[in-house]
Write a protein that binds this ligand. Structure first.
Ligand SMILES: N[C@@H](CCC(=O)N[C@@H](CS)C(=O)NCC(=O)O)C(=O)O
Length: 202
């Protein structure tokens, strides 16, 4: 299998971390390629018509996207057990969606400054994206800590990668302030080998 990815993509990082946690990193070749909404660059268009990474080319069958489809496929393929059985599954999926929502907002903020010309930027829109992240982080601190401290699952991997990306691109926002439980959890999670080996390059 081949994963189209970028070492700075937090969506791709979820997959790289899942593979490492499953002991299957060697089973998937990493191929670099990416674009932006205004320049498809080296994005894997044949694999994903939306022009986004990650995309997974399989040995047979059509390529898969987006990251949530790929993580679930690989979990099933390698029997990794990172999607719990029973009622906890719905919690894990909601936690994963919360983390991915943080990423969606965080990346839109990046595009607003990197891709949009300065005279066309709209600050209230950027702050509206940050407000989504702020509320989601508050929710993690106030109601998700017990799940985060439970058995390793896709929700935790997604949150770990989302917090890593907020640090990477929006470090000046100081998300740890007022969130001691989440900050402590993140420090421990970031120390896992799977996370240390997938830190985005500066
Ligand atoms: N929902 C998608 C989001 C993927 C995504 O936005 N990837 C970014 C890179 S981190 C991208 O390829 N952006 C290019 C674009 O938006 O055109 C997923 O979970 O895979």
């Amino acid at each position: 299998m081949r994963l189209f990815y970028s070492p700075t993509s937090p969506y791709a990082r979820k997959i790289v971390v899942l593979l490492a946690e499953a002991g299957q990193s060697a089973a998937v070749e990493l191929v670099t390629g990416s674009g932006t909404p205004i320049d498809t660059g080296s994005a894997p268009l044949a694999q994903n018509p939306l022009g986004k990474i990650p995309a997974l080319e399989r040995d047979s069958g059509p390529a898969l996207y987006d990251s949530r489809v790929i993580t679930r496929y690989l979990d099933d393929h390698f029997k990794a057990g990172l999607y719990p059985q029973g009622s906890r599954l719905w919690e894990s999926l909601t936690l994963e969606a919360t983390a991915d929502g943080i990423l969606d907002a965080a990346i839109l903020m990046v595009y607003e400054t990197r891709v949009r010309p300065e005279d066309k930027r709209f600050e209230p829109w950027v702050e509206g994206q940050w407000a989504k992240i702020d509320r989601a982080l508050d929710a993690l601190e106030s109601r998700w800590m017990s799940h985060l401290h439970g058995p390793l699952d896709i929700g935790q991997i997604a949150v770990g990668c989302a917090l890593g990306y907020v640090d990477f691109r929006h470090g000046a926002r100081d998300w740890r302030k007022g969130r001691p439980l989440l900050a402590a959890w993140e420090a421990a999670f970031a120390a896992r080998d799977s996370m240390k080996n997938s830190v985005p390059p500066a």
